[in-house]
Design a protein around this ligand. Sequence first.
Ligand code: DX5
Ligand code: ZN
Length: 223
Amino acid sequence: MPRQPMIAPSLLSADFARLAEEAQRVADADWLHVDVMDAHFVPNLTLGLPVAQAIQKVSPVPLDCHLMIDAPERWAPGYAEMGARNVTVHAEACSGDPRAVARDLRAAGSLAGLAIKPGTPLDDVLDALPGFDTLLVMTVEPGFGGQDFIAEVLPKVRRARTLVETGHLRLFIEVDGGINADTIEQASEAGADVFVAGSAVYGADDPAKAIAALRAQATAATR
Ligand code: DX5
Ligand code: ZN
């Protein structure tokens, strides 16, 4: 079965004064990516649960909440309870076993995602991953949109894909940061399933067209 790439536009590059309209503009996306930053785990501050809940109410597509925050065990379940499809926490931010957070997320009704920064080896999370539904491999340093794709992290995507294909893991492999028409093919070839794209979608004149083009490129590049 060929992989069906999923495109998740990131609201970080949208107009924050018009979040409802911006969500409507990407109605043909697979997930809507919501970046939650706390100015502690990353040097930027975006939005929290009340705003995510407001987006959830108006979004035509399921939410993919990416929590770039400290103490994710305390906050993550709230995003699952409000109805997010997938909630991802950073491995580097978990003080205890990330599998405990995954259990809470699943119990609250969402998929559970684990993210790793570019410098974090896949080995650090291999034991925890069987408890998760999504592995988010950051392809930029988390914190800001519009950065350049870091191709050096692709071996982690490749290795994770092999573990999925050999039946050792069962999860979505998501890439986030610098995904655009120039980079999505290499990420897809490496084995990603879910492609977050902020500036490449919201910076385009026609976001729907950009989503379709990215999806077609990713599909053509699946190995
Ligand atoms: C960065 C965020 C990304 C960001 C991607 O920390 O996690 O989701 O919005 O933006 P682009 O696609 O512009 O790199
Ligand atoms: Zn993100």
